[in-house]
Ligand binder design. Structure first.
Ligand SMILES: [Zn+2]
Length: 568
């Protein structure tokens, strides 16, 4: 049963049951009903004073409705039927707004002469599929098409995988662009098609493009939420929705470092699950997810006020993105917040976002790119957006190449090793990186500076390189040979074990081992409270423990380590 059908059924209930709504705000309530029944989501605003007057209520609200943006006066948000009903229970005043995808005059679009070479139109769904197939068909040496899954309504989740056949096959950092997980934010969708086309057409003639395609493993997904984008039918993006076909905001649906596996209270959507599987099977070094609605680079974290270990690097690459845009665009474009860049939390707090998920759980560097104030501008403007942004998009891809990189191997056999690459006094909140378990290659983008870097692998003696000095835009190659530890147990306190969520309320999951682990939970007096043998997917119930700090010891045939756990 589709969400939209359910929405129709329950709208009647919503209006009849909410007297307060009818009394206070009749026209808006009818407009809300119309949007919910036709589109499965409602776009509305409410006064921003709640943020200062009742921050706790606003925090709670932000967990279930989907905040899109805010200014001094208003918060702009989307909700589905259930979450809008919860919002109404607060009794706040609100206004229902015309959805961004319906704000433009789409009749005019018919007069535009479609030009693939200019990318000045929004394709239909079938045109999109054809375009993606043509890329792979026309450039078989450079591009393959990968379907990572299907959406709720069975549309394809596609990646163009771009890499030349030249050079060493495995010493390539993986880079990813993905766009339009909010289905009504369509600028990035066309820009990514344009980027694929640009990379393929210019390979071999343009030096910068050739270098990127020769030295990176590039993955581009132009359309992460096809059901949202084609909510009005496959023929056109007119009528696109933010949410997927189940009425879920995909950029609130990911495991969160603070709020745990399901911060939005929804199951992982098919689009989310497909993406999580995909991210788990590729070690992305740098990535971005593209949106519109404002014009800014939003760098991590979204969920925490604290900064990432690589805040200086984030400011540097974000500034480079925005400043390059400013050089090639009219004044006034891409100047939101701090002249086009912001820390995510400073702008507004969200949980369950893709950016934090990739950074925290996959040790990736991902930012959120907001390309256009108007979510779905007239397609005739798309070539201009491309022109303002493409140099920055290419520069950002290059960042995956820079920093400290090399290969970790066994000192005797030369076998590639999966090792942790940890920078003392710098890395925190999972900012460390790991070498690939098959190839042994690692990539650590980092701001210029001098660093002490420790390499550790389970069963091997750790090795630290002191005072490695790196400059911006440069590569420092450091290959590492590790010697096996005689007793077979890692002496390193930091192996790749994660406990999450941490802090937690009731359950924890332990990641980073393959077969079975013996887990013991101790209080700070050293008294063992829980002991359990677990398999990798097994959860541990800690709901009986009082709030406070505990120590968790994880023991396997190759790992013996202790980590801190906070119960809220
Ligand atoms: Zn968005």
């Amino acid at each position: 049963m589709s969400f939209r059908w359910l929405a129709l059924m329950f709208c009647v209930f919503l209006l009849v049951s909410n007297n307060q709504l009818q009394a206070q705000n009749l026209p808006d309530s009818l407009a809300a009903e119309k949007q919910l029944s036709q589109r499965g989501e409602v776009y509305f605003s409410f006064p921003a004073k709640i943020i200062t007057e009742n921050p706790i209520e606003f925090d709670a609200l932000s967990r279930y409705i989907s905040i899109d943006s805010k200014d001094d006066q208003y918060v702009y948000a989307y909700a589905n039927l259930y979450t809008f009903h919860r919002f109404l229970e607060l009794g706040l005043s609100y206004h229902v707004l015309t959805p961004p995808s319906l704000q433009c005059d789409t009749t005019r679009w018919k007069t535009i002469l479609k030009s693939i070479s200019d990318w000045n139109y929004y394709p239909s769904y079938s045109e999109y599929i054809t375009l993606m197939q043509q890329f792979a068909g026309k450039y078989p040496q450079l591009c393959t098409l990968d379907t990572i899954g299907t959406s709720v309504d069975g549309r394809l989740l596609l990646f163009a995988h771009i890499r030349s056949r030249k050079s060493l096959p495995d010493d390539r950092p993986s880079f990813m662009y993905t766009s339009t997980m909010h289905g009504d934010e369509t600028v990035g969708y066309v820009l990514m098609l344009h980027l694929i086309d640009y990379l393929l057409q210019n390979y071999g003639t343009n030096t910068q493009v050739t270098n990127l395609v020769d030295s990176l493993d590039i993955w581009i997904n132009p359309l992460a939420n096809p059901d949202g984008t084609y909510a009005g039918g496959d023929a056109s993006v007119a009528g696109a929705t933010r949410f997927n076909a189940n009425g879920v905001d995909l950029n609130r649906n990911y495991p969160d470092p603070v709020a745990g596996d399901h911060p939005d209270g929804n199951n992982w959507q098919p689009e989310t699950k497909a993406f999580m599987d995909f991210a788990s099977s590729h070690d992305f070094v740098v990535s971005a997810n593209l949106h519109s609605g404002t014009e800014v680079v939003n760098y991590p974290w979204d969920t925490w006020q604290k900064r990432t270990a690589d805040d200086a690097w984030w400011q540097y690459v974000s500034r480079e993105y925005a400043d390059t845009v400013h050089t090639y665009s009219p004044s006034g474009y891409f100047t939101d917040l701090n002249d086009g860049i912001t820390d995510g939390y400073d702008w507004y707090w969200i949980t369950g976002g893709r950016q934090d998920y990739m950074n925290y759980f996959h040790h990736d560097r991902e930012f959120t790119l907001e390309l256009s104030m108007v979510k779905k501008p007239d397609p005739s403007q798309l070539p201009s957006f491309w022109d303002y942004n493409y140099r920055s998009l290419l520069n950002y891809m290059k960042q995956a190449l820079y920093g400290i990189r090399g290969k970790v191997t066994d000192s005797l056999t030369g076998t590639p090793l999966p090792a942790e690459v940890f920078i003392s006094g710098h890395d925190t909140d999972n900012s460390e990186v790991y070498s690939d378990s098959v190839s042994g290659y690692y990539y650590r983008p980092i701001k210029s500076g001098t660093y002490d870097v420790t390499f550790s692998a389970s069963g091997y003696v750790s090795k630290t390189y002191y005072g490695l000095t790196i400059s911006d835009g440069k590569i420092l190659k450091q290959n590492v040979k590790l010697a096996e530890n005689a007793n077979g147990i890692s002496t390193n306190k930091r192996v790749r074990i994660h406990i999450y969520p941490n802090p937690t309320l009731s359950i924890i999951k332990i990641q980073g081992f393959t077969k079975v682990a013996l887990v013991s939970v101790y209080n700070l007096n050293g008294i063992k409270i829980i002991e359990k043998s677990i398999t990798p997917d097994e959860l541990i119930d800690v709901s009986t423990l009082k709030p406070g700090i505990y120590l968790v010891r994880v023991y396997t045939t190759t790992i013996s380590m202790t980590k801190k756990l906070v119960i809220r």
